[in-house]
Design a protein around this ligand. Structure first.
Ligand code: SAM
Length: 323
């Protein structure tokens, strides 16, 4: 079992396979962003597999493929298959913006991806285009239908709630998710980079109270490694989660670390503490060296982020860290 210095059990790795994205969401990736990692620094599939194998031997049980947009990384289903086959990896999932999901859903499912999170901030095409700076709603909805047809065990819709998000938009998303059997999660924007800070912050608690009353929802639990607090319909068929890093942070239950495409392990989304696994791998480090670096790194895992107290602190954007 992997424990950090606060006794938190670390069993969840968010693994970024690229820092590139085909969207430019206003709260995430600036339109003219130039700070991409050089391809020579990207971990290759052998390096990724080796790291994940060692992490899994030590106690990591869940792996989520993310980015950037992970479906931009060539050969991703092959990597998924290699990771799903590793001893100790019990749960392999993927976060995607859905633009390429119609093309890849079947191959992902075949290669052991069980659960999907798909980002979708609105069901209004013009609003999706305004947020993501691309006209992609129809593509994303087609991707979601393709994924549904493939029988993933769980599909969650991640909706970032920005200032100005209307009640009608949230209700439309609830109706859509109820109809399709998707789990909805509403997320507060985090002050990551100037783009994240510029997006402003919506406290989800009033939205939570309104949805509880409007749809007759009750408190509930949903399987998964994450920090969302859930409301469910009385028949249990619909679930909506609230991810509230600012209004109600959940750092005391943090169970995760994040590996960026260039092999840097981020110990906390909202802090700068890292472990450089790329240098270790490329200097010929042994599996024992990797184990020791991870265990020593977790001793330094920050107790919590300071998104509220120091909103200017994190200069890197979500897409670079691996969201
Ligand atoms: N491209 C994939 C996707 O869309 O899910 C994976 C990476 S994306 C960075 C992961 C999630 O981070 C998305 O749901 C996105 O909306 C969210 N995100 C990006 N910047 C954010 C911010 N500043 N605050 C909150 N969520 C953010």
């Amino acid at each position: 079992m992997l424990l950090d210095s606060a006794g938190r059990r670390i069993e969840y790795l968010r693994l970024s396979v690229t820092d590139r994205c085909d969207l430019r969401c206003t709260y995430c990736l600036p339109e003219d962003f130039k700070g991409y990692e050089t391809p020579a620094h990207w971990l290759d599939f052998d390096e990724i597999e080796r790291l994940v194998a060692v992490f899994a031997r030590l106690g990591v049980r869940r792996v989520r493929l993310t980015g950037g947009e992970p479906l931009l990384r060539r050969g991703l289903p092959e990597l998924a298959g290699r990771l799903a086959a590793l001893p100790g990896v019990e749960d392999l999932s993927l976060s995607t913006n859905g633009t390429r999901l119609a093309r890849y859903a079947a191959a992902l499912r075949r290669n052991g991806v069980a659960r999907l999170n798909v980002s979708l901030d609105s069901l209004d095409a013009a609003r999706v285009e305004a947020i993501s700076r691309r006209d992609v709603l129809a593509q994303v909805l087609a991707g979601l239908d393709a994924a549904r047809a493939e029988g993933f065990t769980q599909i969650k819709i991640n909706m970032v709630a920005m200032p100005g998000v209307g009640e009608d938009e949230v209700d439309a998303m609830v109706d859509y998710c109820m109809g399709k059997g998707f789990i909805l999660r509403l997320i507060e924007t985090m002050p990551m980079g100037d783009s994240g800070r510029g997006a402003g912050h919506v406290d989800l608690r009033p939205i939570q109270a309104r949805l509880r009353a409007r749809f007759g929802l009750i408190d509930g639990l949903v399987a998964g490694g994450g920090p969302a607090r859930y409301l469910v319909s009385p028949d249990g068929r619909f679930q909506v989660g609230f991810i509230t890093p600012l209004s109600q942070h959940f750092c005391e239950t943090c169970n995760r670390v994040r590996l960026s495409v260039d092999g840097i392990l981020y110990l906390c989304l909202g802090q700068e503490d890292t472990v450089d696994f790329r240098s270790l791998l490329r200097a010929g480090g042994s599996d024992a060296d990797i184990e020791a670096a991870l265990v020593a790194g977790l001793e330094r895992k920050p107790l919590r982020h300071e998104f509220r107290e120091r909103p200017g602190k994190v200069v890197r954007i979500m897409s670079s860290t691996g969201g």
